[in-house]
Ligand binder design. Structure first.
Ligand code: SAH
Length: 253
């Protein structure tokens, strides 16, 4: 037994059917290489290991690593913080899967988004609110930075919800499994500036963009901009943000 540690966001799956269903997501793709984040005691890992894939895992908890080495001696384990993981040796195409530690779930997604060129798919468990945020459309109350940046590269689907009782210890929140499949629709905007514009716009999500985007010194009277700047960040979809970003690149110095 591994004692669950709160500071590592450890909620171990008790419900093997959910673990199996989550692992089955890999059957929907042709991807060979997969990385599981946070295998813990291997509840999900055991089902992933039945698949015709090359699986490696990243786990920060020493006690879990000892457990995994004992029970799965052939498993390749990267011991340490996924957020600090060296990505230079990653294969050209890598699927990411896991029952993600909820305390760092946004940071995990941001790290994945740094490597969209090599991650065609990511899937797994998030707290429901984060899952809904990843999939949210403009105007939705959970729509935010994570929604726009993720959907700029991936089609996100909330697959199924999970009650707290499926885990030990039960988390305080509902959970959900999502799939994010890279869509390969081009962004049509400078990526770095796009990230900057989206993050800046949502820092003051209740304000009109003319206020929220002040740091870009936009000409709010410009005919192409007027329409955007009266809106709020939460009203703009990915393509709107891309258009706005491209306008900023062309018109500001
Ligand atoms: N997959 C297991 C455990 C999920 S709990 C199950 O479903 O039962 C989340 C797991 O993520 C824990 O094993 C925890 O130790 C691990 N973890 C937490 N922070 C991490 C980090 N920064 N990098 C890698 N793993 C992490």
């Amino acid at each position: 037994m591994v004692r669950p540690k709160k500071h590592l966001g450890q909620h171990f799956l008790r419900d093997e059917n959910i673990a199996r269903k989550t692992a089955d997501i890999v059957d929907r793709t042709e991807l060979k290489n997969w990385l599981e984040i946070g295998p813990g005691t291997g509840v999900l890992t055991q089902f992933l290991l039945t698949k015709d894939i090359d699986l490696e895992v990243a786990e920060i908890d020493t006690e879990s690593v000892v457990y995994l080495k004992k029970h799965y001696p052939d498993l390749v384990i990267h011991e340490g913080d996924f957020l600090e993981m060296d990505t230079s040796n990653w294969p050209d195409e890598l699927g990411v899967i896991g029952n993600f530690p909820y305390n760092i779930s946004s940071q995990i997604v941001f790290k994945i988004l740094e490597h969209t060129d090599r991650i065609p798919v990511f899937a797994g468990m998030f707290q429901l609110e984060v899952a809904q945020r990843l999939a949210a459309n403009p105007g939705n109350k959970t729509y935010g930075i994570l929604s726009v940046l993720t959907q700029a590269f991936y089609d996100v689907k909330v697959e199924f919800k999970i009650a707290p009782g499926a885990f030990f210890p039960p988390p305080k929140v509902q959970s959900a499994v999502i799939t994010a499949i890279r869509h390969n629709r081009p962004l049509n905007a400078d990526r770095t500036l796009f990230f900057d514009v989206v993050k800046t716009a949502f820092q003051q999500r209740r304000k009109m963009l003319s206020n929220a985007l002040q740091k870009f010194n936009l000409d709010s009277g410009h005919p192409e901009l007027k329409h955007f700047l009266k809106l709020r960040a939460e009203n703009l979809g990915v393509e709107d943000f891309a258009k706005l970003t491209d306008w900023i690149r062309k018109n500001t110095g």
